[in-house]
Design a protein around this ligand. Structure first.
Ligand SMILES: Cc1cc2nc3c(=O)[nH]c(=O)nc-3n(C[C@H](O)[C@H](O)[C@H](O)COP(=O)(O)OP(=O)(O)OC[C@H]3O[C@@H](n4cnc5c(N)ncnc54)[C@H](O)[C@@H]3O)c2cc1C
Length: 313
């Protein structure tokens, strides 16, 4: 994607031929190491089998993050031509879905929703909540459908386990506490909750405003049993953001992993070829050390036995 981006930016053209983009994505130029593998592994949107979650899940996630970041730092859009727009993130999302999203039916549904109420969005807060509400409508529509991952069943989100303060009951009817939902979303999709583990450059985002009066969000983990609730609802502390210097070292190491250069995944941990070589070296050296210890004590005990047997003689 980086190569694609560099290439697109370097083109002195007003319009880019569609076929040229396809050729680059298909790596017709055979640029080494630049290709999409047959099997994609998603960090936060891994489905329980191929075809589930993945790209559409990450698209939702990306735009939720963007609405929250835009509300936190509206000035980030200065001089982009979007700064005066009422709901810039939603407008960009609408155009992106219309133009690039492969699921045309999804695009049509989203377009209908956007045409119906996107104009009413006037502030950053409303933008965050509009997308949340829209996503929940889609969740409700798709619950139990073929695209529903049994390990991550679609339901109104956030669940009471994830954010108890978001849910209320009035006259026996469930209602959302929108203030608490907003607080929860600001925290869940806020800068302080983004892990830089897989980013190539350290994030330059400000902290999310105000502490959320909700349970801390967790990374998603599939539920143990098929039809059970999402395991994301089971509290699990999220790793702290590393200090800048550690982050820099980590980043260098992860650049190699992130690009998939000989990396393997064991128990959810990524190992590159350097890690694997270190493991082998450590394994061999500890074997040698144990053998040396063994012979040392064996020789010593023989000498000791000889000495003691002479005493008796
Ligand atoms: C704009 C858009 C429209 C779509 N329309 C359709 C459609 O019409 N038909 C169809 O079959 N598929 C549609 N999809 C795909 C579908 O919504 C899911 O993305 C896909 O089925 C993968 O689902 P998932 O279980 O990974 O969770 P997703 O629904 O993709 O959610 C991803 C993550 O976002 C979080 N989340 C869930 N709900 C909310 C919320 N309300 N607010 C904030 N965060 C939330 C959760 O952590 C969840 O795991 C659409 C996708 C997009 C991006």
């Amino acid at each position: 994607m980086e190569t694609l981006s560099d290439w697109l930016l370097s083109l002195p053209l007003q319009q880019i031929p569609y076929q040229a983009v396809l050729d680059l994505v298909d790596n017709k130029m055979k640029i080494s190491g630049v290709f999409l593998g047959a099997e994609l592994r998603w960090v936060g949107c891994q489905g329980s089998r191929p075809g589930l979650r993945g790209y559409p899940c990450s698209l939702w996630t990306l735009f939720h993050v963007l609405t929250v970041q835009h509300e936190a730092t509206p000035t980030a859009l200065d001089n982009t031509g979007l700064e005066d727009k009422a709901a810039p993130v939603l407008q960009v999302m609408r155009r992106y879905i219309r133009t690039f999203f492969g699921c045309k039916e999804c695009g049509q549904h989203f377009e209908q929703a956007a045409a119906a109420s996107m104009d009413e969005v006037k502030s950053g807060e409303e933008e965050v909540l509009w997308l949340w509400n829209q996503h929940n409508r889609v969740n409700t529509r798709l619950a139990g459908s073929l695209s529903d991952d049994p390990l991550f069943p679609k339901a109104a989100w956030p669940s009471p386990a994830l954010c108890p303060a978001c849910h209320e009951e009035k006259n026996g009817v469930h209602v959302w506490n929108r203030d608490n939902v907003l607080r929860f979303l600001r925290h869940h999709y806020g800068a302080s909750n983004l892990s830089p583990r897989y980013s190539l450059s350290p994030p330059q985002l400000p902290a999310a405003p105000g502490p959320a009066q909700t349970r801390p969000p967790q990374e998603e983990r599939p539920a143990a049993g098929g039809g059970e609730r999402r395991a994301e609802e089971q509290p699990e502390p999220r790793p702290e953001l590393p200090a800048p210097r550690q982050q820099e070292e980590k980043k260098k190491k992860e650049e190699v992993l992130g690009r998939g250069e000989g990396g393997v995944w064991i128990l959810g941990l990524g190992f590159n070829s350097v890690d694997m070589s270190l493991c082998v070296v450590l394994y061999v050296s500890s074997c040698l050390f144990l053998m040396l210890l063994f012979f040392f004590f064996k020789v010593r005990s023989r000498r000791w036995k000889l000495r003691h047997s002479r005493l008796y003689v």
